[in-house]
Ligand binder design. Structure first.
Ligand code: SF4
Length: 948
């Protein structure tokens, strides 16, 4: 890390007078400087063992408190920002969290959710001991058990399944990810195809649209250096890598960048933009292709980039073999292909004025290589064909040559660290059809949200099912179908919920195992937040504090509250017990690389990774530290900075052939790189090694109509919506900046700020239906309805309604009193098997607890659980759940109450079948289940890719 900020005279004076801490005395290398751009006031690291502040609660008395400061990483969203824990040395209690200026992505800053981590630690409703159910599943009866008995029971069950070759009956289902590669390593060591994630209700749509261009499945925008920024979503306030990206968007704007936002809703981001384009949901590709057309027609494209780095020759050869194979032909053909996408056509589809589309397109052309973009969730996760949003957005980056340039948008993996493990297990020899069914050969991630329906169809069963910080009953669509599946012990033999907090899914577990919050566990974090590559060390701060004081703990739980374990140590212990004699081949992976035959410790696991992290051993040695000591001290490290144009990395052309016409470098008949002038470059990891505007994959896998970036009409396209019946497109995908899925419920400060999710409805629409602000509205979906309050506003375009997606938490009478800052007490009735009815009995209200604030709760609104009234909508190509709903609004009926939910799961199963019928199943070419070149999580052995 380098120090880019030179202290001003005022800062020097302030430092000399100790008005602010001295952050600059490291210029002679005395200590590592804060991350470039942090400019935060923070105690210098040499005082982190002993830092004295006045106790704010003792005011007006001036009482000093001595703290130890220990860095860790936030776990309240995926961004993994740096936190600095202040530990009272007298009581060994964590008192507060601030930002860690040594974290290269967050640079000392946090959003509200970061400091609110203290609430989660102090939550009076948290789970402190392992629990086992004693009544029927879901009955709410639990007994405290020992960790020894838990580990023995689960490990023997897994061992038996592995011995009997029932490997596909072991499944690990993750909500909030992390663990950089750790769980893939564990599951591979077990030999199970058992990774299941939440990605197909989150980001698979966007990922597939990127992957089909370039293999890499996420964008990494360099907003800070951009000249023009285009966001398809509310990215600045609540998007992916929210705080690190928001900082850099603001930085870019302060340097003159213009910001445009495509979003039907006037989000905080849209309100700060230069161009708000409130497009009708699903019409975004039409708008983006109209911009493409303007750029092509007006010659604003980057000819050099297109000519060298796009597979246009392959396209002409496949589709226009009779035309001259020249770049000019390619441009002519593009003009023909996209002739219909005039700005006027896009205006008709989207409602965005044609002149605005033209204006933005020209500015994009003018920005050229300094054009940064991002789309996450929102449009790409809401619509049938939502993956076309990222595909057409990336088209603009390709046209302008802004892929991986300063101020442009890089492939994600360029900025993401991959750890080196001390063992490398063989890929598993199983293909789990519950995760990757043949109907979805291009599904970018596991079809996790179809699990209840696939179990119902008898496609398989699970013997041991782990849910880890994962709450599908509440977060996923069709939650009542999840309850039906979780209650059925013939389908799910053992459900183990690893969670720091009670949630709607844990109520239906067999074991509830308390796992640490971010400052109570180890984890490795790395994300694509800017044009650099970094790692952050999430570490149990009290354990580290004990170590510094010379009273080290053997296990993290010994430093945590109650018997709260950390996940890494849980998996290491469990794995060791699965294979005590080594006969299954599992044990070898969990042996120490430093002590032959001994069980791996958590310190050894991370020691090995950090010793093999580029540049880290040298940086640590400069301070007389080992790599592990360095990471414990600073909590983060910038592995590389200014990462650009990695597709130009050199390869050795020896023994390879270079195509004289297009410069493709091949070895054994397979493209391995591109010659550009005199350079031999790696290119992109696609079959052509180029950006693939033309996708032979889409042709081969039965979707020839999408061989080029295209506009796919959404299931909520106006053609499918009858406004005379008061039908609307519902957007349920947006976040409030202070909340995050089910993770934020246990933070009282956040619940105090935001605790309801009303239905946004345009003032004209509300007037036409006679709906006033605050009126109760029945929102009818395909499988039932929920009852919410209207919020009448101009901040959403007509014809569209919206409700944020992280409020409406609940618990039943029989459930543990969990998360009472944010849960309503509900009754749930079930009739004739599949007819479910939920009603709020008591909303959020003050309660007695060890925290006096619980008696001061002033809000009485816990919001409405809307997701449970949505059927599954699996996109037939990307596999993404298409969140947007066609809903019919009506005024609430006389007996409707706020928060009512009614669902028919027989109907939800029928909707699943309707969407399933849209697929074009495997096999593909050569009997493949899935194209081999596309990435797949926990990639199994090559032979499993073929349907036998
Ligand atoms: S953006 Fe906020 S919630 Fe997410 S990691 Fe950073 S501080 Fe935590």
């Amino acid at each position: 890390m380098s120090m880019s900020h030179k202290p001003t005279l005022i800062e020097k004076t302030a430092e000399a007078l100790h008005v602010i801490p001295n952050l600059h005395k490291d210029e002679n290398g005395a200590f590592t400087a804060p991350a470039a751009g942090s400019e935060m006031a923070c105690p210098p690291p040499e005082s982190w063992d002993s830092w004295v502040e006045y106790d704010s609660k003792s005011w007006p008395e001036k009482k000093q408190r001595e703290y130890m400061l220990v860095p860790t990483s936030c776990f309240n969203c995926e961004a993994g920002c740096g936190l600095l824990a202040y530990i009272d040395k007298e009581t060994m209690e964590i008192k507060k969290f601030t930002g860690n200026p040594y974290h290269p992505a967050s640079r000392g800053r946090n959003c509200a959710k970061g400091p609110a981590t203290i609430n989660q630690l102090e939550d009076p409703d948290r789970i402190l001991y392992p629990l086992k159910r004693v009544g029927p599943r879901g009955s709410g009866k639990w007994e405290q058990v020992s960790w020894e008995s838990v580990l023995d029971d689960i490990s023997s069950r897994i061992r038996k399944a592995l011995q009997e070759k029932r490997n596909n009956e072991i499944s690990y289902h993750v909500g909030r990810p992390g663990h950089e590669g750790f769980m893939d390593w564990v599951l591979k060591a077990w030999g199970v195809d058992g990774h299941n994630s939440h990605t197909n209700i989150c980001s698979s749509g966007a990922r597939f649209g990127y992957a089909i261009w370039q293999w890499y499945d996420r964008p990494s925008p360099d907003h800070a250096n951009a000249k023009f920024i285009l966001l398809v979503s509310a990215h600045l306030e609540a998007g992916h890598y929210f705080n690190p990206h928001a900082q850099r968007i603001v930085e870019g704007r302060m340097k003159g960048a213009k910001l445009a936002v495509l979003d039907p809703r006037l989000s905080n981001t849209a309100s700060m933009s230069d161009y708000w384009m409130p497009s009708f949901p699903g019409s975004e590709p039409a708008v983006l292709l109209a911009m493409v057309k303007v750029i092509i027609d007006e010659g604003l494209y980057n000819r050099d980039y297109l000519e060298n780095w796009v597979n246009w020759r392959q396209y002409l050869q496949a589709e226009y073999p009779d035309r001259q194979a020249a770049f000019e032909t390619f441009i002519d053909v593009l003009k023909e292909e996209y002739a219909e996408y005039t700005p006027e056509f896009a205006e008709k589809e989207s409602g965005v004025p044609a002149d605005t589309i033209r204006d933005v397109a020209r500015q994009i052309g003018d920005a050229g290589e300094r054009f940064s973009t991002h789309v996450w969730r929102s449009a790409s996760s809401g619509n049938l064909g939502g993956w076309a949003v990222s595909r057409t957005l990336h088209f603009l980056n390709v046209l302008t040559g802004s892929v991986g340039t300063p101020g442009g948008t890089a492939p994600s993996a360029w900025n993401k660290f991959k750890p080196t493990f001390h063992t490398k297990p063989e890929p598993q020899k199983f293909w789990n059809p519950l995760h990757f069914p043949d109907e979805y050969p291009l599904a970018h991630y596991e079809m996790s949200f179809l699990l209840p329906h696939m179990l119902k169809e008898g496609r398989g069963k699970l013997d041991v099912y782990f849910t880890r910080v994962f709450n599908p009953v509440w977060t996923y669509p069709d939650g009542f179908s999840w309850i039906e599946a979780l209650e059925d012990e013939s389908k799910i033999g053992l459900h183990v919920a690893l969670t720091p907090t009670w949630n709607e899914t844990a109520y239906f577990a067999d074991y509830v195992l308390p796992m640490g919050h971010s400052p109570e566990r180890h984890d490795l974090v790395s994300y694509e937040t800017h044009a650099g590559k970094w790692i952050a060390f999430r570490q149990p701060v009290l354990r580290v504090a004990h170590e510094r004081l010379g009273t080290p703990k053997e296990f993290t739980w010994q430093a945590n509250a109650g018997e709260v374990w950390e996940e890494d140590e849980f998996w290491l212990e469990l794995s060791w017990r699965i294979d005590p004699d080594g006969s299954l081949g599992v044990k070898q992976h969990f042996e120490s690389p430093y002590r032959s035959g001994q069980k791996l410790t958590i310190n050894e696991y991370y020691r090995h990774i950090f010793e093999h992290t580029k540049n880290l051993p040298e940086a640590a040695a400069r301070q007389g530290l080992s790599p592990l000591e360095y990471m414990k001290k600073y909590g983060a490290f910038e592995v590389e900075s200014d990462v650009y144009s990695l597709h130009r990395n050199a390869i050795d052309p020896d023994g390879a052939e270079v195509d004289a016409v297009d410069g493709t470098i091949t070895r054994d008949g397979k493209a391995v790189g591109i010659q550009d002038g005199n350079e031999h470059c790696t290119g992109f990891p696609t079959p052509s090694r180029r950006q693939e505007i033309y996708s032979q994959t889409m042709v081969d896998w039965k979707w020839p109509e999408y061989k080029l970036p295209a506009y796919i009409k959404s299931h909520v396209h106006p053609d499918n919506i009858d406004r005379s019946r008061n039908e609307f497109a519902l957007i349920p995908t947006f976040r409030l900046p202070v909340l995050i899925h089910s993770r934020s419920g246990n933070a009282k400060w956040l619940a105090e700020i935001a605790h309801r999710n009303p239905l946004w409805i345009n003032a004209d629409d509300a007037a036409s239906m006679g709906i006033a602000n605050g009126d109760l509205v029945r929102v009818n979906t395909d499988i039932g309805f929920h009852v919410n309050r209207a919020w009448v506003t101009e901040a959403i375009r007509p014809g569209v309604v919206a409700s944020s997606h992280h409020i409406g938490r609940w618990r039943r009478d029989q459930d543990a009193k969990g998360n009472r800052w944010a849960t309503s007490l509900v009754s749930i009735e079930r009739e004739n098997g599949g007819k479910w009815r939920m009603r709020v009995k008591e909303s959020v209200e003050p309660f007695e607890s060890s925290d006096p604030d619980s008696g001061r709760i002033f809000w009485s609104d816990g919001g409405v659980h809307q997701n449970i009234t949505f059927p599954v909508h699996p996109d037939p190509i990307s596999g993404m759940h298409c969140w947007h709903q066609k809903v019919r609004l009506e005024k609430a009926h006389a007996d409707d109450r706020y928060g009512d939910v009614v669902v028919d799961t027989a109907r939800s199963f029928a909707v699943y079948k309707e969407w399933l019928a849209m697929t074009r199943p495997a096999p593909g070419p050569g009997g493949l289940r899935r194209p081999t070149w596309l990435n797949r999580p926990l990639r199994p052995a090559d032979e499993t890719y073929y349907i036998s």
